[in-house]
Design a protein around this ligand. Structure first.
Ligand code: NAG
Ligand code: NAG
Ligand code: NAG
Ligand code: NAG
Length: 618
């Protein structure tokens, strides 16, 4: 019987199928997925970037599916995500957003809640009094903007931004950070305690108990005494900052580095002693950024203490450990500042505003990479310049330096970088290419100012003794001419890079590396709207090889390329531009700030736990 059954044709087919499946599974087990299976689920191609782009499109679709169109569903989405009623004024906020054709997705406002949640753990009175006491405050009384102390920096621009929406806002004081650098770093333990307290008050109060009107702002009768703040102005910023990392995070107990000579360490090798063995697994997919939030977080990557100017030697620092309300344009993940759109993004006449100029159509652009700017990022010196991100990046893109490194074949490195294994970042095809000549053909990058820390007494020129062997000044490119290039890397300066929004709005493709957070972070999907790059830049050659392919400059100066993914690059650049024109407009900045300030006003009110909008429920 048994034998008979086994011998029926149906069973033979079954046995064969099981055998084939088992063979494939064991092969995969021993050898890992072959290239053609690696991007399982991707529509075409086998490159890891194909897979990442495919996944990003899915993420973007899921995000858009959460879009709400009327007040009821918007308030509902709010309650689900925030665990409270929306703040008073929410209906006006919604009308404003709707009237300005905003794409409303509750997740787009996540940064507000990340920044404000700890303040629910402090007494309302304390926060509103501190807001009044700090210098450089934007204030509203009876829908009128109050006079402000102008520091000639950003104040008047931000003042103008808030003035646009004053009619929708209650009385309030909004202290501004007028420095480039973020200012607040409370210990992780403090913030954790405040957030825990906040969770306890997180509650959908029964509708009948909800108070719909804010109390009058009565700061003059508060009596907390003068505000005394201590500021940390020196010492290793890394040591100041890591106190804000979770106790079990990789960086919390790693002391600031002391020796900054030579190329920085790389954590791309899973077995490297300097790195956590598990780090690269969740940060990257086959060498390319897959978790952008994690990649930007210094608490997860101790090596950033010696590879980013913000930690090696920031231009200036002035940090307090107290949680006070302070609004500013960008911050590190460990800072407690409250984010608003940077003044540079709002200002119509800023250095980076190009109005409606977005350059030629994709086909008219050169398949090359352009970067110009100053060697900012902090105070670099002879012994540590190789650790500043912009200097590392420009060196890495310099064909001559790469050629020199490759000629020293036992140790392919220069003071600023160590070349990473070809197999990992260029695929086997990369082994046979002339990397130096390739970079010469595709890269037009360089500094327009070296910001040398040694002043020449005798010379008026811009030379810099310790940088001259590796960098030379190049002629600037006006921003609108940058758009004649398809690829625009964007690297942090002294803090965030103010040109990013302009790049996103252009029809060229931004390639972004940063450790800074901005108001718009939850609106942008990496690999759907821009190309994310690791802060070590180990992936830059692979990224460019994927998009541009092989490249050669012909005798007549024309660039010819082959085997790239130009179609994918164009699609990404245009999707990013289209998205920026939908969710990063000036109107979207106002909608964000209005929501933020309505929340802030509630946090400063003694009755905050019962305050809310319930108009949609009545
Ligand atoms: C605000 O500034 C204007 C013009 O400088 C001045 O006339 C006015 O008195 C100021 N208001 C207050 C409250 O200081
Ligand atoms: C990205 O990394 C963070 C750690 O910062 C983690 O919490 C999150 O779950 C990761 N996301 C994914 C999709 O793996
Ligand atoms: C950078 O190098 C200079 C000397 O060239 C040194 O004085 C300075 O302390 C260094 N910075 C750090 C953070 O070590
Ligand atoms: C590229 O590197 C070479 C060699 O280090 C250097 O002489 C040259 O100035 C660099 N070019 C630029 C644009 O910085």
């Amino acid at each position: 019987m048994m034998q008979n059954r086994l011998l029926t044709p149906r069973h033979i087919v079954r046995v064969v199928i099981v055998f084939v499946i088992l063979t494939v599974v064991t092969q995969l087990w021993y050898y890992g997925p072959p290239q053609s299976l690696a991007s399982f689920g991707a529509p075409a191609g086998s490159h890891p970037i194909d897979h990442l782009i495919h996944e990003a499109k899915k993420t973007q679709k899921e995000l858009l599916a959460k879009r709400t169109h009327d007040l009821r569903s918007t308030a509902d989405a709010y309650r689900k995500r925030r665990g409270r009623h929306p703040p008073p004024g929410f209906d006006q906020w919604f009308e404003y957003a709707k009237a300005h054709d905003a794409v409303i997705v509750e997740d787009f406002f996540d940064q507000i809640y990340h920044d404000l949640t700890p303040f629910w753990g402090l007494p309302a009175k304390q926060t509103r009094q501190h807001a009044k006491q700090l210098p450089f405050t934007i204030s509203i009384r009876n829908k009128e903007m109050q006079n402000f102390t102008n520091d000639k920096n950003w104040m008047s621009i931000w003042h103008g931004m808030v003035a646009e929406i004053k009619d929708f806002l209650p009385d309030m004081d909004m202290p501004m950070n007028v420095m480039d650098e973020p200012r607040l770093i409370a210990p992780w333990e403090d913030i954790n305690k405040y957030v825990e307290t906040s969770q306890k008050s997180r509650n959908i109060v029964p509708t009948q108990q909800v108070i719909k009107q804010l109390s009058p702002l009565d700061v003059d009768n508060d009596d907390l005494g003068p505000l005394k703040l201590d500021f940390i102005n020196n010492g290793a910023y890394w040591d100041t900052a890591r106190v804000a990392c979770a106790p079990d995070s990789p960086s919390r107990s790693v002391k600031a580095a002391e020796d900054f000579t030579g190329p920085p360490p790389y954590c791309t090798d899973e077995t490297s002693q300097q790195c956590r063995p598990d780090a690269s697994i969740w940060l990257s997919y086959k060498g390319y950024v897959s978790n952008w939030t994690a990649v930007k977080d210094p608490c997860l990557q101790p090596e950033l203490r010696e590879t980013h100017g913000s930690f090696v030697q920031p231009l200036s620092q002035s940090t307090t450990r107290s949680l006070i309300p302070l609004f500013g344009g960008s911050k590190l993940p460990m800072n407690n500042d409250i984010l608003i759109p940077p003044a540079m993004y709002w200002a119509k006449e800023s250095l980076y505003a190009t109005g409606d100029t977005h350059g030629a159509g994709w086909e008219q652009k050169q398949s090359r990479v352009a970067w110009r700017g100053g060697a900012t990022g902090g105070k670099h010196r002879e012994d540590n310049f190789s650790r500043f991100q912009r200097l590392r990046f420009i060196a890495l893109m310099n064909g001559t330096q790469v050629r020199q490194a490759l000629q020293a074949s036992d140790k392919p490195e220069t003071p600023s970088f160590k070349l990473q294994p070809y197999q990992k970042y260029l695929g086997t095809a990369g082994q046979h290419m002339d990397l130096g000549a390739w970079l010469d053909s595709i890269a037009d990058v360089g500094f327009t100012d070296l910001l040398c820390s040694i002043k020449h007494e005798d010379k008026e020129d811009h030379s810099c003794p310790y940088l001259d062997p590796y960098f030379q000044l190049v002629k600037g490119i006006p921003l609108e001419k940058m758009y004649d290039f398809k690829y625009l890397p964007d690297i942090d300066g002294n803090s965030f890079s103010g040109r990013y929004l302009t790049f996103l709005r252009s029809a060229s493709l931004p390639i972004k590396a940063t450790v800074y957070s901005e108001w718009h972070d939850s609106r942008l999907v990496p690999w759907a709207h821009f190309v994310p790059m690791h802060n070590s830049f180990v992936d830059i050659y692979g990224i460019l090889k994927y998009f541009i392919g092989n490249a050669k400059t012909k005798a007549d100066g024309k660039l010819v390329t082959e085997n790239g993914h130009d179609k994918e690059a164009k699609e990404l650049a245009l999707a990013g531009q289209d998205w920026a024109n939908k969710v990063l407009r000036s109107e979207d900045m106002l909608i964000y700030v209005m929501r933020l300030l309505m929340e802030f006003a509630r946090i400063c009110d003694d009755k905050r736990e019962n305050l809310g909008f319930v108009g949609d429920l009545e």
